[in-house]
Design a protein around this ligand. Structure first.
Ligand code: SF4
Length: 446
């Protein structure tokens, strides 16, 4: 922080805000973000500054006030910790029931660094990858960074992952996530990847890394001491005939402007990996159709494939970033209409909810009722995927919980959802899903 203060003329008030807000919103930055991405002339309205620097308006008034009082009145560390704990609980550290409903079990052991929510995909949280080159203020995984082991998802024995994959022929894809799994040194990444390749798991068709390294530290693929080794691991995956997808998180076109970013993208692509892109739609950062048009266009110009526009999850500083679903849908549609077909691979706006990934696909009228059309693009029950359902039009709704069913008393999945919320995740409930599939196939329901 001192380096920033030396270089940039930040007001005392703003510095105090950052200090207080970062007591609960994890804060980490680096020289690349500060020197190349943030436009300090625009601070505090610069989108990358808002993306990276915790601020007062990101917290509820009473939360901020409590922390401020604790500092002014010089509370003991224990007392401050208690206040922070209370605030953490209020901030909903694990949206979508990700720990209680998605953690699978194997041989009586809960695999806390693995999640298996959707039948074909297993998510892995390698313990050494639970960090990022910088932190995003909207992060929905902020609980990984606050030093609370009971809130953290982390796997340190790759063999558990391999055993789990070998026992689950329905799994086609492993997603490594974090934090940022590509912050790991090449030898740590190898520790997970090489045994997977050597195990020759026939049903494993793709490996995916979710990452923001291209934004926050593109040197990772160009000039870090182990850049070449990382690229070699990527090549090994591709040479093993496993599809490799780097899902890069870009929130604003400013992240795509530097020469080092362009060089890093080329290096990654030279391995045969496909770079897909995703971002939440975020108030105070990118909730504007022109920004999305530029973002998507630049991504495609660089040979990347736009994948998801997400709705920010109901956690952390959600109120600062949230965009009503109706507005998000309109921004998405207006952006897509201005772009050519190759840019329209992006799916949005999408909510990652407890029952599944749900996309807002339209606003229309049925029998004189104004409704929002929603579609499952992933579901705890695979049978839900592709189903369209309707909610009453709600101008202010920012999440599925705010919506009410239209033309029905309940959403179609509600009576079934409870069966899929098993404490040990989908490994235990696959049998329920399979049974349902069989019976639905017999009855012809869709
Ligand atoms: S890069 Fe991802 S995990 Fe890391 S802070 Fe940003 S959103 Fe969170």
């Amino acid at each position: 922080m001192n380096k920033i203060i030396d270089k940039h003329d930040l007001s005392d008030d703003l510095l105090e805000e950052i200090k207080i807000a970062s007591m609960v919103i994890p804060f980490r930055t680096n020289e690349y973000v500060i020197d190349e991405l943030i436009d300090w002339e625009q601070v505090p309205n610069d989108p990358i500054f808002n993306l990276n620097f915790p601020q007062k308006s990101m917290l509820k008034y009473n939360h901020y006030k409590k922390l401020q009082t604790a500092i002014i009145e010089d509370y003991s560390p224990n007392k401050i910790e208690t206040i922070k704990e209370e605030i953490y609980k209020d901030l909903n550290p694990h949206p979508g029931g990700q720990i209680c409903y998605n953690t699978p079990e194997m041989n009586g052991r809960k695999l806390t660094g693995i999640q298996h929510k959707y039948r074909e995909t297993v998510v892995c949280f390698p313990s050494e990858g639970q960090m990022c080159h910088a932190f995003c203020t909207y992060c929905f995984r902020w609980a990984q960074f606050i030093g609370k082991n009971d809130l953290k998802m982390s796997l340190n024995n790759p063999q558990f992952l391999i055993d789990y994959l070998q026992n689950h022929p329905e799994v086609q894809e492993v997603l490594f996530t974090g934090g940022d799994p590509l912050i790991m040194k090449a030898n740590k990444i190898s520790k997970y990847i090489i045994p997977i390749l050597e195990a020759e798991i026939k049903h494993l068709k793709s490996i995916r890394f979710g990452t923001k390294t291209l934004t926050y530290w593109p040197f990772r693929y160009v000039s870090d001491s182990d850049s070449e080794e990382i690229l070699d691991i990527f090549k090994k995956i591709v040479d093993s005939k496993i599809h490799l997808s780097i899902v890069a998180n870009f929130n604003h076109p400013k992240e795509l402007k530097t020469d080092i970013l362009k060089a890093a993208v080329k290096k990654v692509q030279s391995t045969g990996a496909i770079i897909r892109t995703q971002s939440p739609i975020l108030n105070n950062i990118n909730a504007d159709k022109e920004i999305w048009i530029e973002l998507i266009r630049k991504e495609v110009d660089l040979g990347m494939v736009p994948y998801y526009m997400f709705i920010p999850r109901d956690t952390g500083a959600k109120e600062y970033f949230e965009v009503p679903l109706v507005d998000a849908f309109r921004i998405y549609i207006k952006a897509i209409r201005k772009l050519s077909g190759l840019c329209r691979t992006i799916r949005g706006p999408v909510m990652s909810t407890t029952p599944g990934k749900i996309q807002v696909v339209g606003i229309t009228s049925i029998q004189n009722h104004r409704v929002m059309a929603l579609k499952f693009i992933q579901g705890r029950n695979p049978r839900w995927v592709g189903r369209i359902f309707f909610a009453k039009f709600n101008r202010k709704a920012t999440w599925l919980n705010d919506l009410e069913p239209a033309l029905a008393k309940k959403f179609f999945y509600e009576h079934e959802l409870i069966k899929y919320l098993h404490p040990y995740g989908s490994s235990q409930i696959d049998k329920v899903a399979e049974k349902n599939l069989e019976s639905e196939e017999i009855t012809g329901e869709t």
